[in-house]
Design a protein around this ligand. Structure first.
Ligand SMILES: [Zn+2]
Length: 215
């Protein structure tokens, strides 16, 4: 960032007749002083409040841009190609990667896909179940997403991967459990490894028997 030395020379009020006193900043000079914006070259005048009080002289002397947006535009180092390249090299070197947070739009995990494929017809992946609540009516969300569901059998299977850890996830899960139970659904929770094991069983009936612990 440029230092104060680059601040442009303030053009004072028009020269007085030799020997006469120059007026004060507040009453005289502030109203005729101008400088040039370092960014866009526009003429900058001291800011004057509605009550007619101008900004301090020292403050005007420090001002380099016509306005905040001009300053952002011209002082943002990312506008410089070399700076951008240096930044991206640094990010690559330190192995920076945006955090993968899961949620909507994440790819379906493999155990879910395999178990869904093994279950066959009537089973839906990432089934969205509307709770029917209106805004502000209840603390329930508008809908719950179920990993694998069979709406006609009212069976839900949740495959708990790495996204089902932590206090918030637990609370969300228990809310979902309660809603499903009240709606008359059965819910089974399986870990990724169990889902993969279940997917090797042939036939949805056999898979359900295993889930219910009937084998
Ligand atoms: Zn400007």
């Amino acid at each position: 960032m440029a230092q104060a030395s680059s601040a442009l020379t303030i053009i004072r009020s028009s020269a007085r007749a030799a020997g006469s006193r120059q007026g004060t900043w507040k009453w005289d000079r502030a109203f005729s002083a101008t400088k040039t914006c370092v960014g866009c070259g526009a003429e900058v005048r001291p800011w004057v409040s509605k009550a007619g009080v101008p900004m301090a002289e020292a403050q005007f002397a420090r001002q380099r841009f016509c306005c905040g947006s001009c300053a952002k535009k011209h002082e943002n180092p990312m506008r410089d190609i070399a700076a951008r390249q240096k930044m991206s090299e640094t990010l690559r070197r330190i192995g920076h990667m945006p955090k993968v947070r899961g949620g909507n739009g994440r790819p379906t995990p493999l155990p879910v896909m395999k178990l869904h494929a093994a279950l066959g017809d009537g089973w839906l992946i990432e089934y969205v179940m509307k709770t029917g609540v209106k805004r502000g009516q209840s603390r329930l969300p508008f809908c719950y997403k179920i990993d694998i569901a069979n709406p006609s059998l009212m069976i839900a299977i949740e495959v708990d991967g790495s996204t089902h850890h932590g206090e918030r996830a637990r609370q969300r899960d228990s809310g979902k459990e309660m809603f499903l139970a009240q709606s008359g659904w059965s819910l089974f929770r399986v870990k990724n490894a169990e889902a993969l094991k279940l997917s090797t069983i042939s036939g949805s009936q056999a898979i359900l028997r295993t889930l219910r612990g009937e084998c």
